[in-house]
Each structure stands twice: as C-alpha cells, then as structure tokens.
Design a binder for this molecule. Structure first.
Ligand code: UGA
Length: 432
C-alpha cells in the first residue's frame, strides 16, 4: 500500500522504515532538511538497535523516499502523523504546535478518500478537535487515532510485532482501512477499536501506570532506607504475585526519557483543565518521588565523598536507559551534572550517548574509554545499566580506581562478586 509518514523523528522514522520493510511504499516527510538528507543517505539521526540495517535494506529496494515536500503524500492512502509533542516550556502541558501545523498541511494536500492517522501522544480531546477542523475544511478525509507503544531500544520488534493495536475513530466504519492494514502487518495482534478519547487515554494511561509502578517501588525504597529493609528483595517478593508482576519494579534512580516524565505531566495538566486534578493528584506525587530518587543518589554520593571539590567521580552511563543514545530528562546525566556543579571532577562514559550528552551538558568531563573514566576515581556511579557495565570485572576495575566504592543506581550489579573483590557497594533502599 502507498502510505506516508509525516514527521521523521524517533517514532516516525521507525514506523516508516519498518512498514517499508514489509513491502509498503512509504513517503517520509519532515520539514528538517538535514534530517531528511541524513535518512536519504542511509543514516539514522539517533541510535536504535537493528534499525540502520533495516534502513539500508529498504533503501536499496527503493520502497522508501524521504522529502521535505508535503505535496509528495498526494498518492498515499494512509498518512501517519508522527510529530513530537514535548512538554511546553515553563508549563506542565504538551506543546502541540508542530502537530497542529503538520495536520493542517496534511489535510490540505491529502487525496480524497484517504485516512489521516494520528500516532502522536496527545492530551485527551485533541483528536476530537482535529476531527472538527477536518469537518470544517469539507475535505472528504477520515481521521483515526492510533497510539504507539514502542520502547526505545526495542523499537523494531515492538513495531513489527506489536502486542496490541488501538484505533480510535468517530465511528467504527471509519477504521476499516487502518484495521485491515494492521491485520497484514501484525495478524496476531489484538485490535481495540475505540472512540477518540479512549484511544488517546490508552496511551497516556499506559505510561502513567508504568511510571506509577516505578515510583511506587522507589517510594518503598525510601521506606527501606529508613527501616533497613532491602527494596530489591521486596520487589522480588511482591512481584512474584502475578497480579503485581516484577516488571517495572526496578528501584533506583528512577525514570527519564522523552516519554514517561512529560506524559504524566501533560496528563496532570489536562486533568486540571477538565476539573479532574484530584483524580490524578497521585501522579504529581509520583513525579516528585521520581525527582527525589535523583537527589537521594546525589546525597548518598556526598555522604561518601565528604567535600566533593576536587574528588573524581566516574559516571557509568549518560543515556536515560541502555540501548539508547537518548539523554532527554536522563537521571544519569542530571546526577552527573549536579555532582559537577558541587565541585566534583566528574567524568562520564557511555557507549552511545556521549555526543548527545556533550551537547546537553558541555561542561562535564567525558571519555569514550571506560578505563579512562574510571582511572583514579574516588567514587564510581553506575547510573545506566548497559551490559558493558554489568559485565565489568570488579577485580580489574579495582586496579584502576583510587577508592573501590561503587554506587549501583540501577540495582543490577552482582553484589557478591563486587563485594568479594573488595568493593564497598552503595545503593538506594538497600544496605549492602
Ligand atoms: C516508554 C513506554 O515503556 C513505551 O511503552 C512507550 O511507547 C514509550 O514510553 C513512549 O511513550 O513512546 P521508553 O521511554 O522507551 O518507553 O522507556 P521505558 O523502557 O519505559 O523506560 C523509561 C524509564 O524508566 C527509563 O529511564 C528506565 O531506566 C526507567 N525504569 C524502567 C526504571 O527506573 N525502573 C524499571 O523497573 C523500569
């Protein structure tokens, strides 16, 4: 099928490349000519495992084209809107400027009878507003809302084998084309055909629930700090109950990235507008617990370092999570920056995110070499759980650092082997 993807960011590029790999003819439009040139040249503007290889394959088969001209969508049957909806500056709510502009440009040139599909994460009520604009324009186009659940680092598999498809529309018959399209993409994925509000809410409710699980366990971690309990064992023991589940009960320095933090804030802002502030008040608390995890990590480091000035802190990890080069709202980078502001000599290493980290926080020390980052360190902070760091040999690392003290901000290191090698281990919610 001929389809178009408007917005070549993380979501759009992944969706477009994956759909082209299934044989669809895909036109990708973005106003950022540099990004378009890069993609057309076979390079991704971000890191995602497996996606560059797929781009190379579809590029060779010529099933995908990249352009800055919105008119190029004029032969597509479906247009996927994949625009970013970041947190508005100085506010909790989302900034929909780019989405609104792209929507207007799309309906202007989309051919009669085609379907416009919103994939961006939006405040509930947005699709209904856009549908009203569509009606006013008197174009014979259909609007569907089809949220995306892919995770960075697993985006290819999540797109090609989605665990669910959600399609919101004004009426069920409006969803026929998109529903058939996804039947061919993912025949086994259950489809939920809903109204607009439900589709929009499924997305933000899912992210709010994930954030809730993480902040719940980090609240337990605060309790464990005071009472002497062990939050990791607590998570194992409550998570074994499959009504609760162990996933997303990883206590530590908390969640970051371009989705969970801004989505719960946008949800709060929308709830306030709807007079539902009290119903989602808990998300405000969970945002605060999440921020506190970062300050607790800094406090623990300071307790160990004493006066941080002139002390070397080796930071393992800058990305908000492993298998990603994304440093948006990264707990690791924020902790590193705070320690540096307090006078520590911080050297950060990361297998993929150094370039982005350097752009965001230019004043930190950075090293591509793990050994150089660790050399002479008074304290090691393990903040992003890349497998490279989990597999480090504690005996070898000990030879390089000044003091064998490591803070495990993700609670994934093998405590026994580090301890046996003579290390002092620090963690939140655990006495090690
Ligand atoms: C999240 C959702 O998981 C996706 O389903 C959703 O599609 C996506 O947002 C989105 O809205 O686009 P992502 O931001 O890629 O995906 O990252 P997650 O894997 O959810 O991790 C988020 C953060 O939580 C990371 O900083 C991670 O380190 C942290 N985390 C995760 C914990 O602190 N503890 C855990 O147990 C799990």
């Amino acid at each position: 099928m001929k389809i178009s993807v408007i917005g070549a960011g993380y979501l759009g590029a992944t969706h477009a490349i994956c759909m082209a790999s299934l044989g669809h003819e895909v036109v990708v439009v973005d106003i950022d000519s540099e990004k378009i040139a890069q993609l057309a040249g076979g390079a991704l503007p971000f890191f995602e495992p497996g996606l560059t290889e797929l781009l190379k394959k579809v590029g060779e088969s010529k099933s995908i084209t990249f352009t800055t001209e919105i008119a190029a969508i004029s032969e597509s049957a479906i247009h996927f809107l994949c625009l970013g909806t970041p947190q508005a500056s100085g506010q909790l709510g989302a900034d929909l400027t780019t989405l609104n502009k792209a929507f207007a440009a799309t309906i202007d040139v989309a051919p009669e009878g085609s379907v416009v599909v919103g994939k961006s994460t939006v405040p509930v009520g947005t699709a209904e507003r856009l549908a009203a604009e569509l009606q006013e324009s008197q174009k014979s186009l259909t609007l569907n809302w089809n949220p995306e659940f892919l995770r960075e680092g697993h985006a290819v598999a999540d797109t090609l084998e989605p665990n669910r498809i959600v399609i919101g529309a004004n009426q069920e018959s409006d969803t026929a084309l998109l529903s058939d399209f996804y039947r061919s993409v993912a025949p086994n994925a259950p489809q939920f055909i809903t109204n607009f509000a439900t589709a929009e809410l499924v997305k933000v409710a899912a992210n709010a629930f994930l954030a809730t699980k993480i902040s719940f366990i980090n609240a337990m971690s605060e309790v464990a700090d005071v009472t002497g309990a062990d939050v990791s064992l607590l998570a194992d023991a409550i998570g074994i109950d499959d009504r609760i589940g162990r996933k997303f009960l990883g206590a530590g320095i908390g969640f970051g990235g371009g989705c969970l933090p801004k989505d719960i804030r946008a949800f709060l802002a929308r709830a306030d507008e709807l007079g539902l502030g009290d119903s989602l008040q808990f998300l405000r608390e969970f945002d605060l617990i999440n921020q506190r995890a970062r300050t607790r990590a800094v406090a623990l480091a300071l307790k160990e370092l004493g006066d941080p000035r002139g002390k070397k802190v080796a930071v393992l990890g800058a990305a908000f999570k492993p298998e990603s080069d994304d440093v948006r709202d990264s707990p690791a980078l924020e902790i590193a920056e705070t320690l540096a502001t307090l006078g520590a000599n911080v050297v950060v290493t990361d297998p993929r995110a150094l370039e982005n980290a350097q752009v965001k926080v230019p004043d930190l020390g950075y090293s591509e070499s793990i050994t150089e980052a660790l050399r002479g360190a008074d304290l090691v902070m393990h903040l992003t759980e890349w497998s490279e760091y989990r597999e480090l040999d504690p005996l070898e690392v000990k030879k390089v650092v000044k003091n064998p003290i490591i803070f495990d901000g993700r609670n994934v290191l093998d405590v026994e082997s580090w301890r046996k090698a003579g290390w002092k281990l620090l963690a939140l919610g655990r006495t090690l």
